[in-house]
Design a protein around this ligand. Structure first.
Ligand SMILES: CC(=O)N[C@H]1[C@@H](OP(=O)(O)OP(=O)(O)OC[C@H]2O[C@@H](n3ccc(=O)[nH]c3=O)[C@H](O)[C@@H]2O)O[C@H](CO)[C@@H](O)[C@@H]1O[C@H](C)C(=O)N[C@@H](C)C(=O)N[C@H](CCC(=O)O)C(=O)O
Ligand SMILES: Nc1ncnc2c1ncn2[C@@H]1O[C@H](COP(=O)(O)OP(=O)(O)OP(=O)(O)O)[C@@H](O)[C@H]1O
Ligand SMILES: N[C@H](CCC[C@H](N)C(=O)O)C(=O)O
Ligand SMILES: [Mg+2]
Length: 479
């Protein structure tokens, strides 16, 4: 049995059994602790009566409210207190956990870590946008960095599956909202910092500050802090690491630990010539195209190496990496050989590196279909339009999860910066139209939805997959 006092050791009385916990009154069950948190839309304290009616026996809040009919724990930082309570409630975590932050490349990097560990015979998992993937398959977690109760429930379950190594994504929302505060980390990693999420963070400085929390607030003395040495923000992350006693491990073209001497692109991969701490590795082929994918693979390699894996095992894992769902995924080719890729680029930098990665593999015209999500950073829309217009030969602006916004307005914000682009709002129609037009040597990139299986319009989620739509269209073209 877990008592309230087990969860909050500093309280004086708390001999009440706690059967579960949640920050959502709608999910309260009898015997639960309800965390009443102030949010961006509403104030959880308004839902205390409903939570108690549904059987909550204890409430956690920042105070300022009367609670009748349940114990009341008041904390200065209730989100952090909830994370620590969730950790104590689901009291097991994989021994080795690495957390990865950055605007782009987190899902890919944590997936590559899992693959490298598993290839070396370790029981490994990854957690993030693609769910928690462990030895027994996928557990849905809802968010890139889920709420702390889900995090600890999931880590506990992974331990039950025998997982010893886990790599997880640390989103800026997750860091800011203390979702990760109960996780015992063995390594932290920073990939890159470019524009996104200005709907949530007031300024780029605040966005950066949220990401820096990973290097400021989680470290133990000497913990490896993996840094992309090619990022413009290398210095600020390295300073945060050294200020807090972490040991910087840098990678990339300018890396001081794992550095790239040369990358030689091939048709379906790239040959890497790397050094790890002054020792040159035999060149080997990474079976993925695009320099950004090589950098994510290097980040994963640096994480595994700094946690003690032998270079031979890391190279073996890199040589066998499988593509990550919806990340530069080659869905198929037309009869004439024009390739169709699905990718998750949904930021200006993501779209830029994506189009630059595909260009050398395109003898003809490079075509891109993309849109921007509603209720998300509106400032990135014209930036993405401008990048697409500059990097692609044919731009088709379509819808990508308009959510509560008017899809026409989202498209027009993109089109203002891409005046020659075509506008085809219906995403399925856009994909079918462009696939039917593909000529020998062309490449089509469908960006922004990656692994997603729905189009969010208003409050509805309409089943939709870029991959399935493209495959159907390719069949039509071939037939
Ligand atoms: C902006 C944001 O991050 N919001 C998250 C946050 O909500 P919030 O605290 O602001 O919630 P709120 O709606 O104001 O409500 C306040 C509190 O009242 C509670 N409530 C509300 C209604 C009710 O009837 N009863 C009740 O108890 C809510 O559960 C909440 O605890 O905490 C909630 C519970 O953990 C999350 O579900 C919610 O995610 C929303 C749905 C979301 O879309 N988040 C996205 C943007 C997000 O987190 N993305 C990041 C980054 C993605 C990336 O990698 O790019 C991620 O890590 O996934
Ligand atoms: N290292 C990188 N630098 C720039 N862009 C990248 C990099 N890695 C991936 N991308 C782009 O970002 C897209 C998303 O990649 P991934 O899902 O790995 O990132 P993420 O950080 O997990 O994204 P999210 O914030 O949605 O969780 C890719 O499909 C690609 O277009
Ligand atoms: N994790 C990102 C995913 C964006 C993907 C894109 N399809 C969209 O809906 O904007 C976000 O929530 O900002
Ligand atoms: Mg992700």
């Amino acid at each position: 049995m877990t008592s309230l006092k087990d969860l909050f050791p500093l309280i004086e009385q708390g001999d009440i059994e706690i059967k579960g916990m949640t920050a959502d009154s709608r999910r309260v069950a009898p015997g639960y602790l309800f965390a009443a948190l102030k949010g961006t839309v509403s104030d959880g304290r308004d839902y205390i009566p409903q939570a108690i009616e549904k059987g909550a026996v204890a409430v956690l809040s920042e105070g300022g409210v009367d609670v009748a009919g349940a114990a009341h724990v008041i904390a200065d930082e209730p989100r952090r207190a909830l994370a620590l309570a969730a950790k104590r409630f689901h009291a097991a975590q994989p021994k080795t956990i690495a957390a990865v932050t950055g605007t782009n490349g987190k899902s890919s990097t944590v997936d590559f870590c899992r693959q490298i560990w598993a290839n070396a015979g370790l029981s490994a998992a990854s957690m993030g946008t693609l769910g928690a993937i462990g030895p027994k398959g996928k557990i849905d977690v809802g968010h890139t960095t889920p709420d702390p109760v889900t995090i600890h429930e999931t880590l506990y379950e992974l331990v039950g599956q025998g997982v010893s190594h886990c790599a997880m994504e640390a989103s800026s929302h997750g860091l800011e909202q203390h979702r990760l505060d109960g996780v015992d980390l063995s390594a932290v990693a920073f990939l890159n910092f470019t524009q996104d999420h200005l709907d949530y963070h007031a300024t780029m400085e605040e966005y950066l500050d949220a990401k820096l929390r990973l290097f400021r607030d989680f470290g133990g003395q000497g913990m490896p802090a993996i840094v992309n040495a090619d990022s413009d923000h290398r210095d600020v992350f390295e300073k945060a690491a050294t200020d807090h006693g972490l040991q910087v491990v840098s990678f990339g073209w300018r890396g001081e630990d794992l550095w790239i001497d040369e990358i030689m692109p091939r048709a379906t991969g790239q040959v890497l010539n790397l050094f790890w701490r002054d020792v040159e590795w035999k060149p080997f082929e990474l079976p993925l195209i695009g320099e950004f994918q090589a950098l994510n693979a290097l980040a994963a390699a640096a994480i595994c190496l700094s946690l003690g894996m032998e270079p031979e095992q890391v190279v073996d894992g890199l040589m066998k990496l499988k593509p990550v769902k919806g990340r530069l995924e080659l869905v198929g080719k037309t009869e004439a050989g024009a390739g169709v890729f699905v990718d998750y680029a949904h930021t200006p930098d993501g779209l830029d590196v994506l189009l630059r990665a595909v260009r050398p593999h395109t003898a003809g015209r490079l075509k891109v279909i993309f849109g921007c999500g509603g209720d998300r950073d509106a400032k990135k829309r014209p930036l993405m339009g401008e990048i697409a217009a500059r990097q692609a030969d044919d731009v088709i602006v379509t819808d990508d999860n308009p959510r509560s916004e008017d899809p026409d307005q989202i498209r027009h914000a993109i089109l203002e910066a891409a005046p020659d682009a075509r506008e085809i709002g219906d995403r399925g129609e856009a994909i079918r139209t462009v696939i039917a037009e593909l000529q020998k040597g062309d490449t089509l990139v469908i960006a922004g939805k990656g692994h997603e299986t729905g189009q969010v319009i208003g409050a509805d989620v309409i089943p939709f997959s870029d991959q399935e739509t493209a495959l159907d269209a390719l069949k039509g073209v071939a037939g």
